[in-house]
Design a protein around this ligand. Structure first.
Ligand code: CP3
Length: 354
């Protein structure tokens, strides 16, 4: 068993005592950092950055060199799975992700297969191995995947930023077809996360970015059910260590109890949720991760500190909280604001862990 120099994140996710509240930031390696943009320019484009383990390692380490973060997160993307399925992922400059061959016809859906992570996603596993080596057990490495439903949104719509017309039409008109896609996606995610864990990921997170677009009933049937399948199918103990799993449904604040019952160790909260209320509802069962509004980082340092304190005070005494933003950090964030945040979390949280 490898000994982490700083295992505060793992302990907090398992609700074991810590000295302070650990913090990391969704999209902590990204365009708000000049050095990220430089590496991306050297790689050529975003996908080449993801597909080259040297570059992926370099950008994963960049935020850690600037800020005393309590975790690293694999630099990759959730759309590597549909790319490995052959849908042809590309990023049009300034337009977000797109697929050359979105799933439109029944035969295309029936032809989908589960990619072998050791073959089709080898570059991700190589990145995980190399990042772990470079990290030298300084902090844990978080692996991740998209949720089956969120992946299906991109696979069916063919791009982001839509009104979900195609996928919701399928959901109501041909639920059998959508279930077929979700089943394949769930199997693909299980194999993918298990391969990341075997390669060295020490915690995993499932990003359900679009689950919140579903109705109450559809969320349970088309998103949460498949995340529960994943949580039952992934390795939770590896090399003598527990591998905590976090589920983050953006817009999932109304469903906290059912998310907490999915088999995860921690629930990610977006910024619309009152963390004090979330703790009352599910804090006896799971850890919580979140949930500062990313827009707070556009404000002055005093404001960032005050808003950070509100969330720490909202959670209150004891372990079980991992500080994070309620969604990814904006590319327009001044890096100094991220430093203010990380330092504020560390300094202000000690009084809640005595
Ligand atoms: O947190 C990290 O530092 C790890 C890296 C990471 C990225 N994407 C890098 C990235 C993670 C965890 C993701 C997950 C991801 N990707 C999600 C789920 C999380 C979320 O934000 O809700 C989603 C929906 C995607 C799909 C995706 N990839 C979108 C919608 C975009 C465009 C985003 C934009 O702001 O234009 C991407 C591209 C992407 N993924 C970037 C980064 C750093 C920006 C690409 C660039 O450099 O141009």
């Amino acid at each position: 068993m490898t000994k982490l120099k700083n295992d505060t994140l793992i302990r907090a996710l398992l609700r074991q005592p810590t000295e302070y509240t650990p913090v990391w930031v969704m999209r902590q390696a990204g365009r708000y950092l000049a050095e990220y943009n430089q590496t991306r320019a050297r790689a050529g484009d975003f996908l080449s950055l993801c597909k080259n383990p040297d570059f992926a390692t370099e950008v994963t380490m960049q935020p850690l060199a600037r800020f005393p973060l309590d975790a690293a997160i694999l630099f990759s993307d959730i759309l590597t799975i549909p790319d490995a399925m052959g849908l042809g992922l590309y990023f049009a400059e300034g337009e977000g992700p797109k697929f050359e061959r979105p799933l439109r016809e029944e035969w295309e859906i029936r032809a989908l297969t589960v990619p072998d992570p050791a073959v089709h996603l080898r570059y991700v596993m190589d990145a995980v191995t190399q990042i772990r080596k470079t990290l030298d057990n300084q902090v844990p490495l978080i692996g991740f995947s998209g949720s089956p439903f969120t992946l299906a949104c991109y696979m069916v719509e063919g791009c982001g930023g839509t009104d979900f017309r195609q996928i919701k039409t399928m959901l109501y008109q041909r639920p059998d077809l959508l279930h077929h896609i979700l089943n394949i996606n769930a199997q693909a995610v299980i194999a993918y996360l298990n391969a990341q864990i075997e390669s060295g990921a020490q915690a995993v997170m499932i990003f359900d970015t679009w689950g919140g677009a579903l109705s109450h009933n559809a969320y349970q049937e088309f998103s949460l059910r498949y995340m529960s399948q994943i949580l039952a199918g992934i390795t939770r103990e590896y090399g003598g260590a527990r591998i905590p799993a976090v589920v983050f449904t953006k817009g999932g604040g109304l469903w906290l109890e059912s998310i907490a019952n999915s088999g995860c160790d921690a629930v990610g909260l977006d910024w619309t949720v009152d963390i004090a209320e979330a703790r009352r509802r599910i804090g006896d069962k799971v850890a919580l991760q979140g949930n500062l509004d990313p827009a707070v980082l556009f404000a002055a340092p005093e404001v960032i500190t005050a808003e950070t304190e509100k969330i720490l005070a909202g959670y209150g005494n004891g372990s079980g909280h991992v500080f994070n933003l309620g969604h990814g950090i904006s590319q327009f964030t001044p890096p100094e604001s991220a430093l203010t945040l990380v330092e504020a979390v560390h300094a202000l949280s000690r009084k809640y862990h005595q």
